[in-house]
Structure formats: C-alpha cells, structure tokens
Design a binder for this molecule. Structure first.
Ligand SMILES: Cc1ncc(COP(=O)(O)O)c(C=O)c1O
Length: 423
C-alpha cells in the first residue's frame, strides 16, 4: 500500500474511533475524558522537547517555559493534596510504582500487598514492579465480604512477617483502606506504608473516600487519568517527610525510571489539577452517588452486584458477578457489541476463575458522570445492561440515543474561557 493510502487509513481509523467512542457508554473504571482545555493543551511545541532533572537544574538549554510550568504544577498538586513533597514527572502510574519500589524496597525484601483476586494491580505483584525487588509478596487478609481488609489480622501479619513495605490501594477498589490501623503495625516494624491512589485520586482530591496521607500513609503513588481529570501521567506525593526519605524517590524518578518526562502533557495536568481544585468536591459526590445508584438499579433488575449489604461501593466502581450470564469475558463482549464498554474482572473468592475467564465485570461511572449523567441515567444504563447481558438484546440504538443527550464535558473549563481555539 502506498504511504499516503496507509496514512489515510490511519486517519480514518482515528476518526472512526473518535466517532464510535462518542456514541458509546464508557464504563471502564480506569479511564476518563479530558476537558476541552486540558485536551487542547496537549498540542504544543513541548511535544518536541526534552527536560531532564528539575526546573532550573536541567541538563539541556531551552527549558525556561517548561521549568515554570513544571514548578507551578508541582506546587498546585501539592496544594490539592496538602502534600509538601510532590513529583509530577512520572509518565504513568506504573512508573510511579516502579520508582517508589526501587527507592523503598531493598532487594530480597518482604512485601505485603493485595493479591490479584483482592483487586491488587499487576505492578504490586510477583511478576510486576514490586516483584523485581521483593523476594516474598504476602497477600493482605480480607473480611468475608472479600473487599475490605481484615485490619486486626493484617496488623498481626505485619508484626509477624516484618515486611519492608506494605502496599495499600488497588484496581478493584470499592471501600477505603484501614490506613490508620495498618500504620500502627508498620510503625512497630519500621515498614514503609505506600498507598496506590491511582483509581481514587479524583475522589481524594474532591475530599471523599479517604485522605491517605492524613491517615498515615508515608506516600502515595497514582496515575492521573482515572477519577482524576488529567492526561495519562503519574505522580508521587508525601506529607511531612524529610530529605532523607524523599531523596531516594527523587533519584528513582530521574534518572532511575525516566529521562525526559513527556513534557507535552504537563500543561494539561496543570489544567486538570485546577479543575480538580474547583470542581473536585461536587464531581466526587456525584460519582459516588451514581455508582451506588447503578449498583442498586442492577441489583433490582436481578443481577448479582457484590457488596450489596455495604451499599455496593464507596468509590466510582461496582463489581458484578455475571457467572450466571456466561462469565465476565462473555458478558463484557456482549455489552461492548451493544456500545456499553467495561472490562471483565476477577472477583474476590470465586472458585475456578482465571484472569481470562473471570467471574465478573468491573464498572466505573466516573466518565459518564463527567458527561453530566445522574441517578436517573444510572437506571437507564441498568436497563440497557440487563437487556444486553441477560436478555441478549442488541441495545446499540438505545445506547446511542442515551449517549447523544450527554455530549458536553462538565466539571471543567471551556476553550473560550481562556481564549483557546480547537486544534
Ligand atoms: C492500582 C493501580 N495502580 C497502578 C496502575 C497503573 O497505572 P498506569 O496505567 O497509569 O500505568 C493502575 C492501572 O489501572 C492501577 O489500577
């Protein structure tokens, strides 16, 4: 194929992806959409540039504008999370974990974290970032509901096993972690307490869910694009820590896991953080209200939503056991064919499931909340999920119709407010 034909094909694929996504109901719990301003700011000369090190102490010339933006973003993010140590140079949440673990976990160490069926992320696992340094990774014990840590047992485990690090926070993340209690045991054995806030960062910024640093976590790592409004990046933050604690982390970020840090998306992270500061509280409240409403609506229609007796969730996510409808893989595919996009997910304590044949699906409402959907739309989504997952109906047309009523991104700034024009 001639180069220009191939290029046209790529252009077409991008256009089709844009058009398709704007017609679908996206319920992937790890995704979100940028405001028009945050999106527009991705397109600048910074796409072409390098800046290694810290503002004012770079290895290249030509960085004075990104220096200013980077410093302002670091300070702004610090103010959002009341953190006095902040690194915004991470290109992703996994790299934030990679940097933190390489700074804090000695080779051959013992670590305690969530197992995969407890919602842990692959970067906390034997075959991920943590496993590159820890020789033993023990799983945090859970209460019978499968979603909450059994804090007394976890404290006993920490005191008996004396890990170098305990990792809280997860990918299937319905309820807050008992940070304060776990911290007591960590102090006794001098273990670092790391909280991976990737999923709930926007809720934390909005003053909901929990305040990991205020409750005792030594630091948090996060990606910036799930419940937070940012572009795809990562961050690390801490409160009240001295230079001795922070310096190895700083070195692990650069030169440990980054050289250049993808400057082009830093202005966008700044815009997103301003939006979080202004709209975060009402956004976070709307998300949790919607997630609970969707849990209740699906439950009412006969689907097995986990943690029903706990109100389904305290976050943006709900977990639905769809074993009776053919399993997570089948149902997620059926839903996607009808324009409802979510992911299959292993659920706690189900026998016989595997990551590729899991019992459930994970649903997140943060993106549809950002498009302005509320509790009554959660009822409409529940109808569509039920019609597709249980009755095998094609819901594409209804899905498109519902989505067409919610096109405008809320809780963010408009281009005209800052004299920007579309790219
Ligand atoms: C708990 C947790 N940590 C880290 C990550 C990785 O984030 P990223 O995709 O930004 O590398 C994820 C991603 O889903 C996650 O769920």
């Amino acid at each position: 194929m001639a180069a220009l034909d191939e290029l046209r094909e790529i252009v077409q694929l991008c256009r089709r992806a844009d058009a398709w996504r704007s017609d679908t109901i996206n319920l992937i719990a790890s995704e979100n959409v940028l405001s028009p301003v945050a999106r527009r700011l991705l397109d600048s000369d910074f796409h072409h540039r390098y800046a290694e090190g810290h503002p004012g102490k770079r290895y290249y010339e030509g960085t004075r504008f990104i220096d200013e933006i980077e410093e302002k973003t670091r300070v702004l993010v610090g103010s959002v999370f009341k953190a006095d140590r902040v690194d915004v140079r991470l290109p992703s949440g996994t790299l934030a974990n990679e940097a933190a673990f390489s700074a804090l976990v000695p080779q051959g160490a013992t670590a305690i974290a969530h197992g995969l069926d407890g919602g842990g992320h692959i970067s906390h696992a034997r075959f991920g970032a943590l496993g590159k340094r820890a020789a033993r990774i023990l799983e945090l014990p859970r209460l019978p509901d499968g979603y909450r840590i059994d804090a007394p047992k976890a404290k006993d485990m920490i005191r008996a096993e004396r890990p170098q690090i305990v990792v809280l926070g997860r990918s299937l993340f319905l309820f807050p972690e008992p940070v304060r209690e776990i911290k007591e045991a960590c102090i006794d054995v001098k273990a670092t307490l790391l909280y991976d806030a990737s999923h709930v960062l926007g809720l934390v910024a909005g003053g909901l869910f929990q305040d990991p640093l205020g409750e005792g976590a030594d630091l948090f790592t996060a990606s910036t694009h799930k419940t937070y409004f940012g572009p795809q990046r990562g961050m690390i933050a801490a409160r009240g820590k001295d230079e001795e604690f922070w310096k190895p982390i700083d070195r692990a970020v650069f030169p440990g896991v980054t050289s250049n840090h993808h400057l082009f998306s830093l202005p966008s992270l700044h815009a997103a953080s301003l939006e979080m500061r202004e709209f975060g509280a009402s956004y976070a409240e709307a998300i949790v209200r919607n997630a609970r409403a969707l849990g209740a609506a699906l439950h009412k229609r006969g689907l097995h939503v986990d943690a029903a007796d706990l109100g389904y969730t305290a976050s943006h996510q709900i977990a639905v056991d769809v074993s009776a409808q053919g399993g997570g893989r089948e149902v997620a595919r059926r839903l996607a064919a009808g324009g409802i996009i979510c992911n299959m997910n292993v659920l706690p304590g189900r026998e016989g499931q595997t990551p590729l044949r899991p019992a459930g699906i994970r649903i997140g409402v943060q993106e549809m909340t950002r498009f302005g959907m509320g509790e009554s739309e959660m009822g409409r989504i529940a109808d569509l999920v039920h019609a597709s997952a249980v009755d095998h109906k094609n819901v594409e047309e209804e899905c498109r119709r519902l989505r067409s009523e919610f096109r405008e991104i809320r809780y963010g700034y408009r281009l005209d407010q800052v004299e920007l024009v579309p790219a």
